[in-house]
Design a protein around this ligand. Sequence first.
Ligand code: BG6
Length: 473
Amino acid sequence: MGNFQKDFLWGSASASYQIEGAALIDGKEPSIWDHYSHILGNTFKDSNGDVAIDFYNKFEEDIKLMKEMNLKAYRFSISWPRVIHKNKQVNPKGIKFYHQVIDQLIKNGIEPIITIYHWDLPQSLQDEYEGWESRKVIDDFLDYSEVLFKEYGNKVKYWVSLNEQNIFTYFGYVEKLHPPKVADYQRFLNVNHNASLANAKCISLFHTLVPKGLIGPSFAYRPTYPVSNKPQDVIAMENAQEIENFLWLDVYAKGYYPKIGLKLLENLGYHIPFEPGDKDILLNGKPDFMGLNYYQSLSYQDTNSKTKDNQKDLSNMSVQTNNTDFVTDSLYKNTKNTNLNFTDWDWEIDPIGLRIALRRITSRYNLPILISENGLGAIDKLNDDGTINDNYRIHFLKEHIKEIDKAISEGCEVIGYCTWSFQDLFSWLNGYKKRYGFIYIDRDEENEKELKRYKKDSFYWYKDVIDSNAKNI
Ligand code: BG6
């Protein structure tokens, strides 16, 4: 250990809808998640973020805990419908709230990292023109971004443009797990292309308005493995890599779609809806770093393989996908990796996968990397004495940090590490049952209680990691 630079950003992350609450307070208008989570059956036990963990009212208390931990960076997202109204006017109360959060972080020596979009699109834009499905969203997203750059650009250096574009488009338009709950692969590609254009334009605007800042998208990267060394499985893995990863990573870092990935999609009868000028837009919106959200690796097998035993068991998911046949089934099949252990939600536990992800990004794109999310979702138990013994989380994070250290020694430039998450928070598909934080929040799906905060064992452990710059790990 010992390869972390002195100003390494030891951080933690969150997202507005998952923590803020105050769903319709002080001029905030509904987002697609406010709307969607109120339709019965869409979320785990019909949970929602109406109150969430009430960060809106408790942010000072939470930032005090961050300070106590000596946290170096806090990544949080801005709620678009909290700052821009349906009539396109700015909401001064929303703007003020984020100034307060930023000022409080800075006062306590914590670097704010702003995520511009973490999935809470204004419902008014969904109603007006189907949200991400219309190109109109690109200009609205730019107007919103411009407001943020002008308001906060002189205080905040690090910015994330879109959070996990691959997840919100795929879950929303293929898997029917996120709003607007559609299953249509071509519509997914259309939506995704609009999001890629919005991302590139936002980055290019940022470089004009915040020349001293740094910006990148956060990608949910699940490095691909072949399930065996059978050449057919290697091709399946490479197909998955083109379509599940390069379709975003290449567009971000190179400014164009992967040639093989595009051809594979074309062979299946799908296309990217290019219009004149799009290619230049993508080429002109390159990021300063790649944001990497890492939770697991995924293994793939040849699609003609007869073995069914290895198919992944998804029955532990809290909300089930309605979609089991995927258009890419002819190119690759997701398969269980029998060499790994799994979380309570059947996610592969694979610290070396993080090192592989860092190395692959470095070798293909040569960009600095901000690990913008990594963590373990688990069921934690609050003891009678107010302690929470989450050794499993400590072990998980420790093993991942060791692999980051190795990746740095192998040539990767990693500028920071944000665990997911600082506080327990609302999980889109798992309500309040799946916990990620260093701070336990006393609530579940039914009871909001007092939302009291308790420090888990991992809180003290991460403090020590930060204080020693991971030397004692
Ligand atoms: C990422 C998201 O996909 O993973 C977060 O950026 C999310 O918003 C996190 O909460 C964990 O996912 P889940 O489903 O376990 O809550």
